[in-house]
Design a protein around this ligand. Structure first.
Ligand code: FES
Length: 107
């Protein structure tokens, strides 16, 4: 099971074990990571699962879809080039060690 690290704006880190094939959002929710509300349950309709991918990991992820880009315009915090919706980040073995930052506005 790949380990993911979620980093709060305070610097607090939480390492969780993710299942291959699930989304980073589901891994966060299963492990009670603060700041990932995921109101829509992963239907790409709420933007409350906004995370900022550690820059070193950006190229390991599949690119954002047009729908994800559109929904990122609805996030509470201004998105960056490293922003993703955690429900759209599918976990694979290659993502062992992935680091995801949670925006300050999501507590
Ligand atoms: Fe709603 Fe990701 S959980 S957009």
């Amino acid at each position: 099971m790949p380990a993911l690290t979620f980093v709060q704006a305070t610097g607090e880190r939480k390492i969780v074990e993710a299942l291959v094939g699930e989304s980073a959002m589901h891994a966060a929710r299963r492990n009670l990571v603060p700041g990932i509300v995921a109101d829509c349950g992963g239907e790409l309709a709420c933007a409350t699962c906004h995370v900022v991918v550690d820059e070193r990991w950006l190229s390991a992820l599949t690119p954002r879809s047009a729908s994800e880009d559109e929904m990122l315009e609805c996030t509470a915090e201004v998105p960056t080039s490293c922003s993703r919706l955690a429900c759209q980040v599918r976990i694979s073995l290659e993502l062992e060690g992935l680091i995801l930052h949670i925006p300050r506005s999501q507590k």
